[in-house]
Design a binder for this molecule. Sequence first.
Ligand SMILES: *Cc1c(COP(=O)(O)O)cnc(C)c1O
Length: 220
Amino acid sequence: MTISENIAEIRKTLPKDVTLICVSKTKPVELLLQAYDCGERNFGENKVQELVSKYEEMPKDVKWHLIGKLQRNKVKYIVGKVKLIHSLDNIKLLEEIERVYKNKELTAEVLIQINIGCEESKSGILLEDLQELLISCEKCSNVKVMGIMAIIPKGTTKENMMYFKQMKDIFDEMSTKNFKNISMKYLSMGMSSDYTEAIKEGANIIRVGRNIFGEREYKS
Ligand SMILES: *Cc1c(COP(=O)(O)O)cnc(C)c1O
């Protein structure tokens, strides 16, 4: 299947209010352009350096999403270049985003990444630490929280649905509170293997890589 056929296939199942992010990590710009030519504008990368170099090469109307771990010392490279940072998960990082964006007189839009499966290997904040982070977010002037994101543990369909539902419950709960600087607009969850389930449970951003671009090859 071609990239254009893959995208057409995904679009068939996509409700109007759900945004598809084409996760293009490890893939060359030629392939990203094929997706772009199909009308896709949202692209996701998990590494700052790769995002920045593709940012330079791709058309300027692309909306870039940083979906991977963000090191504090790299915030300065992405300022002004990304639509949404999906991976805010600690106060130190929040403070650095605030500092760097304030310097440039810009506002960062971010999602809080939640480690919903409490997996040690995964980034994301644990639920027990969420409140403290939210209080810090309220003090910011140049960071705006737009919602939450998760990468769920590998599991059965039933387990996936359970984690997605937990995320939706947190999303709804946060929506009822009137936190300053926080507007619950996006629920980013679901990848190639489980995005249809994520949509059923309320995701409005899905992040799909392999189902669009094929398997990734990592150089050793
Ligand atoms: C790689 C990646 C995806 C896409 O995964 P696929 O299984 O290729 O669809 C989604 N979200 C994050 C955070 C990723 O790192």
